[in-house]
Design a protein around this ligand. Structure first.
Ligand code: PRP
Length: 208
């Protein structure tokens, strides 16, 4: 299987951002092919191919050149540490990466749980602080609740997960929103296609 026959291959994250990404491309004049079924791995219409990926895998597919462009949150890019061209802030998927704790806990932080361990370690280094960072894959707030860690670094969007768990946002470490990312070689080879797309996406305003 190769996507070489397609004019453009687009990597999109499954979940909250997928529908907004479709709307952003449509508003930029690019109708991305729709999914055929729920368990589709990819779909194409002859010209365009869409890969449906876990958000954390979007930078990998774009960096390694399987996809030409992708949509992904800045939070994921901060963790991925890949060198991708990031020309457009698409404006939707606004959230923040925050340090979260139990409200009654002000002891020194010795262990932090996060889906963003590289980002968390880099933040600790910048601060000159030392703590163990434990990688988790989901429901990270639970780690703070049950004492697996003294704090967690996680995404806060509406804040409802935090409120429901009775946890508090101690500090905002980074702000995030959806970004268009582009493979540098694809940008050169498919210039006529990708440059106008970038220009149009810069004009588009999409709310979540
Ligand atoms: C993310 C994040 C928080 C929640 C924050 O989890 O890890 O748990 O969303 O959003 P809120 O502020 O609007 O409540 P996600 O739903 O992606 O699932 P996961 O924890 O399984 O990764």
């Amino acid at each position: 299987m190769s996507f070489a026959g397609f004019e453009l291959t687009v990597a999109l994250p499954k979940g909250r951002m997928m529908a907004s990404a479709y709307r952003a491309f449509a508003a930029a004049g690019v109708e991305l092919p729709a999914a055929r079924g729920e368990r589709d791995l990819w779909h194409g219409d002859g010209k365009l191919a869409v890969l449906e990926l876990r958000g954390a895998d979007v930078p990998t597919y774009v960096d390694l050149g399987i996809a030409d462009v992708g949509v992904v949150g800045r939070d994921v890019l901060l963790e991925a540490g890949r060198n991708l061209y990031e020309p457009v802030d698409l404006g939707f998927g606004v959230c923040r990466l925050s340090l979260i704790r139990r409200p009654d806990d002000d002891a020194p932080i010795r262990r932090i749980a996060s889906k963003y361990p590289r980002f968390t370690q880099a933040w600790l280094r910048r601060r000159g602080q030392v703590a163990d960072v434990v990688k988790l894959h989901g429901n990270v707030e639970l780690a703070a609740l049950v004492g697996l860690a003294d704090a967690v670094v996680d995404v806060v969007q509406t804040g409802s997960t935090l409120r429901a768990a009775g946890l508090v946002e101690v500090e905002v470490l980074a702000r995030s929103s959806a970004r268009l990312v582009v493979n540098p070689s694809a940008l050169k080879l498919k210039r006529e296609l990708i440059h106008p797309l970038i220009e149009k996406l810069r004009q588009v305003k999409i709310n979540d």
